[in-house]
Design a protein around this ligand. Structure first.
Ligand code: PAF
Length: 312
């Protein structure tokens, strides 16, 4: 248990040090919660931290932009970061430790960000062909990663599941908190934990929104003022669809068409708008059981995702 006086927030870069820190807390019977993040923290992340604080005596936040979940064509280089700001925010919330490793993968002989990214995006077999002694173990949650974001981001969930498993093995938390904004990610992590027998409770925290409804995301700062306005069409159209479903519209086709139309009219480009079962993420045609309406759409160069749960 924590003493009366709060220890200074630990900022840990080394994996071994992180593991010992966590083990020494858990040895006393205290619970450790982990909130995995890629930094550039906003109120959505801070809500995850608050949630974690209610569930454990000690809270660790990891800050690591994981190259393994970005394809070469994606926005790793422009992904926003502000470690000093993140540390200040986490200290204000009395977080116990921040784990910010310089790297979590072994890149063998490859150097430099773009070479590393190329390696991360390759499959194990392609990599063997190149003779690289690099990270070659990946976790795939095979069916759950197929649809939704997995269609346009084929290596994304492999990268997420693998790095989250690594974080679990280093931090050894009792509980880990994820945002339901990344619904598919949350479901994939839960399935991975169940399938691989990690003894960790996985919590899904509700989506946190700006006052006007835009789901909080680190990528929101990349939107121009016009795109920011256009992006409201996602949450607005999803809310309308939910009201329609609650008023008895159960056919998904029409609900999907109206969401696509509203986002397109606003100036967005829809990647997908799918209504899926909340548990197994299979596409449904009619809303008869709990579903989640998931959307991904581009505004300029920024791809945003959002979702709304519908419980008939
Ligand atoms: O949701 C995120 O920020 C990332 O996907 C995660 C879970 C930290 C893994 O890199």
């Amino acid at each position: 248990m924590k003493g009366e006086e709060r220890e200074a927030m630990a900022v840990i870069r080394d994996k071994g040090e992180m593991r010992s820190w966590s083990r020494s807390r858990r040895k006393t019977g205290a619970r450790v919660a982990l909130v995995p993040t890629m930094g550039f923290l906003h109120r959505g992340h801070l809500a995850l931290v608050e949630d974690a604080k209610r569930r454990a005596e000690f809270v660790v936040v990891s800050v690591y932009v994981n190259p393994g979940q970005f394809a070469p064509s994606e926005d790793l280089e422009s992904y926003p970061s502000d470690l000093a700001g993140d540390l200040r925010k986490l200290d204000e919330l009395a977080v116990d430790a921040v784990f910010c490793p310089p790297d979590l993968y072994d890149y063998g002989g490859y150097g430099g960000v773009s070479a590393r990214r190329e390696v991360m995006a390759m499959s194990c077999l392609e990599d063997r062909g190149r003779g690289g002694a690099v990270h070659e173990t990946w976790i795939r949650v095979e069916r759950l990663e197929e649809g939704l974001c997995g269609k346009s981001r084929p290596i994304f969930f492999r990268g997420v599941a693998t790095v989250v498993a690594k974080l679990f093995n280093v931090v050894e938390p009792d509980v880990a908190v994820f945002g339901k904004k990344d619904y598919q990610q949350w479901r994939i992590i839960r399935r991975m934990v169940r399938d691989l027998e990690f003894d960790i409770d996985i919590i899904g925290a509700e989506v946190v929104r700006e006052a006007d409804g835009l789901a909080m995301s680190s990528r929101n700062v990349l939107l121009s003022p016009t795109e920011r306005q256009q992006a409201l069409s996602i949450s607005e159209s999803l809310s309308k669809a939910k009201v329609a479903a609650q008023n008895g519209v159960i056919s998904c086709k029409g609900l999907q068409a109206s969401v696509v139309e509203l986002i397109t009219q606003a100036g967005g480009r829809v990647d997908y708008a799918e209504i899926v079962d909340q548990e197994d993420l299979r596409v449904v045609e009619e809303i008869k059981a709990p579903v989640v309406f998931c959307v991904a759409a581009w505004f300029g160069k920024v791809r945003l995702i959002d979702n709304i749960e519908i419980n008939p």
